[in-house]
Ligand binder design. Structure first.
Ligand SMILES: [Zn+2]
Length: 244
């Protein structure tokens, strides 16, 4: 599926040494803007000060945040629950400006809210929805070696793993579009309200009506992503609401 690029959405994922941002630090991060082929990577072992202090993620976190600030929306898998909070904790620790909390699409939340999967972990969703790009499980020894600063069977593998997650997450973004929970309205950016608010496609069909107390609302379904959305409510005149 092709989305227009008027709304820039950054898919991102980070790999860390620990679940907690006060006892751990960031090892690497990957960012991909929807519809763009480039995957940006930030790894702490590529910064000059790494050899002096292998726990210093300041420059990597700072550069990551600079790139993420360029996006209108951020999206990831459990990224509101983990990645965003982890990054902001590290930014705060380094006395750097934080990322916004209000422009976020956490796809894990979408799956949890609108689907019924046995597990909402990305590896299970990938299998259940037959998403592209296999997520490769990493040997715990590789994590240990990455934390200790080894590139071979260490950081290189962790970065590769992170890139795979980004591709799977991007696929999940498209696949979950018709669940239409928490996605921003693209039409507000393009100014074209005669289009699907989720993917911007201009072909849609009538999909029944919703009847409120004094108005009816036409529901539409997008022919591209399958998402449903509503038109303006039409107020019905002379409607008498009887007391219950
Ligand atoms: Zn659509």
């Amino acid at each position: 599926m092709e989305l227009n690029n008027d709304l820039s959405v950054a898919i991102f994922d980070i790999e860390t040494t620990d679940f907690w941002a006060d006892t751990g630090f960031m090892l690497c991060a990957c960012v991909k803007f929807l519809g763009n082929r480039t995957i940006y990577t930030f790894r702490i072992d590529e910064y000059p000060r790494y050899e002096k202090d292998r726990t210093n993620d300041k420059r990597a976190v700072s550069d990551l945040a600079k790139l993420l600030r360029r996006a209108d929306y951020l999206s990831g898998w459990y990224s509101f629950g983990f990645d965003l909070k982890f990054i902001n904790t590290r930014l705060l620790y380094h006395n750097l400006p934080l990322l916004r909390y209000d422009n976020h699409i956490d796809l894990w939340k979408q799956a949890r809210k609108r689907l019924k999967l046995k597990s909402n972990r990305l590896v299970n969703v990938e299998r259940a929805l037959d998403l592209d790009h296999n997520k490769t499980p990493l040997d715990p020894r590789v994590w240990q070696r990455a934390i200790a600063g080894h590139k071979y069977r260490g950081m290189n593998d962790v970065v590769k793993h992170c890139k795979c997650d980004i591709k799977t997450t991007e696929d999940a973004y498209y696949r979950l579009l018709p669940t239409a929970y928490g996605y921003p309205n693209r039409n507000l950016v393009t100014g074209n309200f005669d289009a699907c608010p989720y993917c911007g496609h201009t072909k849609y069909i009538n999909y029944g009506k919703r009847y409120n107390k004094v108005s009816t609302v036409q529901i539409y379904q997008c022919k591209s992503c399958g998402g449903t959305f509503s038109g303006k409510p039409q107020t019905v005149k002379n409607v008498e609401i009887r007391p219950q």
